[in-house]
Ligand binder design. Structure first.
Ligand SMILES: [Zn+2]
Length: 89
């Protein structure tokens, strides 16, 4: 699709196209991506990428009022947060 063809689409159609083109990574691809970042990027860039990714996970697994995890709908700290805390000790 050319840029002009894309521009001629309605907003709803554009969103549809972008979603279709957006590739969801498998678990293995995600692990490989983490390895690639460590291997191919300089330390500062890799650190920044990892921090942003980790922060996104922590924000997703936030504690809500009744002492449960917003994402997991289980207790807080959920296993994800516990795993992160363990690695940061
Ligand atoms: Zn959680």
């Amino acid at each position: 699709m050319t840029h002009d063809e894309y521009e001629s689409k309605s907003q709803a159609k554009r969103v549809e196209i972008l979603k279709a083109e957006e590739k969801q990574m498998t678990h293995e691809e995600l692990l490989q991506k983490l390895a690639d970042i460590a291997h191919n990027k300089d330390a500062h860039e890799a650190r920044n990428d990892y921090l942003l990714a980790l922060r996104a996970v922590v924000e997703l697994h936030q504690q809500i009022d009744d002492n449960s995890c917003y994402h997991c709908a289980t207790w807080y700290p959920c296993p994800t947060i516990q795993a992160i805390e363990k690695e940061l000790m």
